[in-house]
Design a protein around this ligand. Structure first.
Ligand code: DC
Length: 234
């Protein structure tokens, strides 16, 4: 039996990660950041010298097993570490270069098909329930998810959030560069032929522009709790 699944989809910078982490903590669910999986594929490919658009090379890499583990870090509140073959790659998968790579590999059908089973296994293995964050969770990975959110925000608000996050990590890029990069990634995500970014017809769309993310978490928590309690177990 599949545990209750909460899907959170939307473009980069809409607040998905923060909301997914805090929502999972409040519901007592496991948080699964599916973007980190695509990022890990891009990093693994780079390390194995497989080009991000080399379908045969990517297929071989994925078939040999990614060796991906998510570890919660309780002392760091909601943080989670990502291990690739036992090595901590949490920071290495967040560089601008690997962000570009993740965008390229995520458009390859061979990658999406290979990762579908993994994402479903991770969700089903979460005993109490799972919050999965991504682009196609409510449309493709778990179309029967109990509750679906589609988080969005204006281009400027999203770029501003990303700009501040990067500055917190010591990376000071011009806002215009962050905005330009974001628009390119949005275009790639929404225009790709396979599993493009779009809201599921039954998703609750939340525009987070100008909202404090703690308000968004509170609103999503109430809606998720109602959704989980209301529906019978499948
Ligand atoms: O959410 P993120 O920025 O960590 O995602 C990294 C890349 O992976 C981004 O280009 C979108 C893609 N992605 C995807 O295609 N499908 C998902 N379920 C999650 C991420």
């Amino acid at each position: 039996m599949t545990p209750p699944i909460v899907a959170i989809d939307g473009p980069a910078g809409a607040g998905k990660s923060t909301v997914a982490r805090q929502l999972a903590r409040r519901l007592g669910f496991t948080m699964i950041d599916t973007g980190a999986i695509y990022r890990s594929v891009a990093l693994a490919a780079r390390r194995a010298q497989v080009a991000w658009d080399d379908d045969a090379g990517l297929q071989a890499l994925l078939k040999s097993g990614l060796g991906l583990t998510f570890l919660p870090v309780p002392e760091a509140d909601d943080a989670q570490r990502v291990l690739l073959n036992g090595r901590d790659v949490s920071a290495a998968i967040r560089t601008p270069e690997i962000s570009r790579g993740a965008s390229v590999v995520s458009a390859r059908p061979v990658v999406r098909e290979n990762l579908l089973g993994l994402q479903r296994e991770l969700g089903r293995a979460a005993v109490n329930g799972a919050v999965l964050e991504g682009r196609d969770i409510g449309t493709v990975v778990f179309p029967d998810a109990r509750v679906k959110f589609f988080l969005t925000a204006s281009d400027e608000a999203r770029a501003q959030r990303r700009h501040s996050e990067l500055a917190d990590k010591g990376l000071h890029l011009p806002l215009s560069e962050v905005l330009g990069d974001q628009r390119r990634r949005d275009r790639d995500d929404t225009e790709r032929a396979i599993s493009p970014l779009k809201a599921a017809p039954d998703a609750i769309v939340v525009d987070t522009t100008g909202l404090d993310l703690s308000e968004v978490v509170e609103r999503c928590f109430q809606l998720a709790r109602q959704g989980i309690e209301r529906l019978p177990q499948p």
